[in-house]
Ligand binder design. Structure first.
Ligand SMILES: *Cc1c(COP(=O)(O)O)cnc(C)c1O
Length: 470
């Protein structure tokens, strides 16, 4: 044992004494003695470790006291607040899985809070005074909006795909084009889900080309389902094709095999005015007559994490009756948020109320105006932090439309004194973390994904950064 360590051993006040000190008593009052004691032991162990590793310097007695109290205070503050925090997304990626995908609307938030903090008629028929079903809330709105016969909701779209396959194709073959055997981020792979569902994958066609004849030739007495998957996060460009939906549907009808579409995003707004032309329309698939579609609630729909299964009653009912539905169903918080989100669509107020749709609608002019307002408040000419407003693109993200961006205006930051990655880090470590993009040697701030009420926070963080550089 080296000198400082034995010195520390001798000179650390007793645990009991520290716990009763005037600095620590308030921490005990704010939590519990057991918790503070546990933290204190960790802090002391760490200090001992640092000393024996030679990381920490030698201490005087009062140094040790102060160090223990400081570290304990820091640890305590770190522990008593939630680790899951809100951030400002200035990356311009609208749907970022790492940042929680779609932010909910005020309407969803209000409804969710009301339902979550009170009793509700979740499974109670108020008119009859008898047990009801939690299915009805999303079902009635999805019928109206999509024109489907029935709809149910599960935990996410991965669960939806799984449940569809397990119900309609267990022990049978599922035809899927080789060009649609995709992986969505975070280990959702169509072939894996399919295998786990108990269905057998029958690959059809080639990676870039699949035609109707390929499907036709693969059909046999074991075929139970044709699955069509929206490739979401990637595109095969050039020499590529697949049968269009009506064509494939005609074949499915001829051989009486259900056709299900995994649409990924479930985008209910027409994005072509924004230059995004390849997002499938769920209503079009329902109108065409597919057995069922499934899609995410928290991608382009702009609602809570969930998976919608909608289509013909015959199939949706069968899926609903699968005992696994019970294991994959959503809770009242999700149902409330989804109901409010769908109500925005029903009232045609999605562009006003749903943050994601609102952000898509933002004009470059309005984004530029906000960017200018921020940049103009920074000291006029500062060679330590060079700010420009430049043209760029916001991305939809979340596995949607990888080829298309929305034109935007970016604040580009650069400093001769601080590298772009350090600027990015500083902004990320702000009290309210600000997440940005680094491209080449610049840090890019895209206000499209920043709530306007947070512009002041961005400005504040840039000011702080400027002061830190000087
Ligand atoms: C995103 C996506 C999924 C997975 O949806 P989650 O809601 O994340 O579970 C499945 N299929 C497709 C085509 C997707 O784009």
């Amino acid at each position: 044992m080296n000198k400082s360590l034995s010195h520390l051993r001798r000179n650390i006040p007793s645990v009991d004494k520290i716990l009763e000190s005037s600095e620590v008593l308030p921490l005990v009052a704010l939590s519990s003695r057991t918790f503070v004691l546990d933290l204190l032991r960790q802090v002391l162990n760490n200090i001992r470790q640092e000393l024996s590793d030679g990381i920490a310097k030698e201490f005087t007695d009062s140094d040790i006291q102060a160090l223990v109290l400081t570290k304990l205070g820091e640890e305590f503050r770190r522990w008593i607040q939630p680790l899951l925090r809100r951030v400002i997304n200035a990356t311009g990626v609208l749907l970022h899985t790492n940042f929680g995908r779609a932010p909910l609307s005020q309407e969803a938030q209000r409804h969710l809070t009301e339902i979550a903090t009170h009793y509700s008629n979740l499974e109670f028929d108020l008119a009859r005074g008898t047990r009801g079903k939690r299915d009805i809330y999303a079902d009635r709105l999805l019928r109206q909006i999509l024109g489907c016969e029935q709809a149910i909701v599960v935990n996410n779209n991965a669960a939806a795909v799984f449940l569809v396959l397990n119900t309609l194709a267990e022990n049978g073959e599922v035809l899927i084009s080789r060009g649609e055997l995709i992986e969505i981020g975070d280990s959702f792979r169509i072939p894996d889900i399919l295998r786990k569902s108990g269905a057998i994958l029958r690959e059809v066609g080639t990676t870039n080309k699949t035609n109707l004849l390929d499907y036709q030739e693969a059909i046999n007495e074991r075929t139970k389902l044709i699955l069509r998957v929206h490739p979401s996060n990637f595109r095969i460009v050039g020499f590529s094709s697949r049968p269009d939906l009506p064509e494939l549907l005609r074949l499915a009808e001829t051989v009486s095999i259900p056709l299900v579409e995994d649409l990924g995003s479930g985008c209910l707004v027409n994005l072509s005015p924004f230059g995004i032309a390849d997002e499938p329309n769920p209503k079009a698939s329902i109108d065409a007559g597919v057995a069922a579609i499934c899609f995410s609630g928290d991608k382009l729909l702009g609602g809570p994490q969930s998976g919608v299964i909608a289509g013909k009653a015959e199939f949706v009912q069968k899926i609903r009756r699968n005992p696994l539905f019970r294991a994959l169903r959503v809770d009242k918080l999700t149902l409330a948020a989804l109901e409010a989100t769908l109500l925005s669509y029903l009232k045609d107020r999605q562009a006003l109320e749903i943050p994601l749709i609102r952000m898509i609608h933002l004009s470059t002019e309005s984004i530029e105006k906000r960017a200018k307002a921020i940049v103009e408040k920074l000291p006029a000419i500062d060679s330590q932090l060079v700010c420009h407003i430049i043209d760029g693109f916001s991305m939809i993200g979340g596995g949607s439309t990888p080829n298309y961006g929305l034109p935007t205006k970016l604040i580009s930051l650069r400093s001769p004194r601080l590298s772009a990655s350090k600027i990015e880090y500083q902004l990320r470590m702000s009290e309210l973390p600000i997440l940005t993009r680094v491209e080449k040697d610049s840090v890019l701030v895209d206000l499209r994904t920043v709530f306007p009420e947070d512009d002041a926070r961005v400005e504040e963080a840039l000011m702080k950064l400027l002061n830190a550089i000087q």
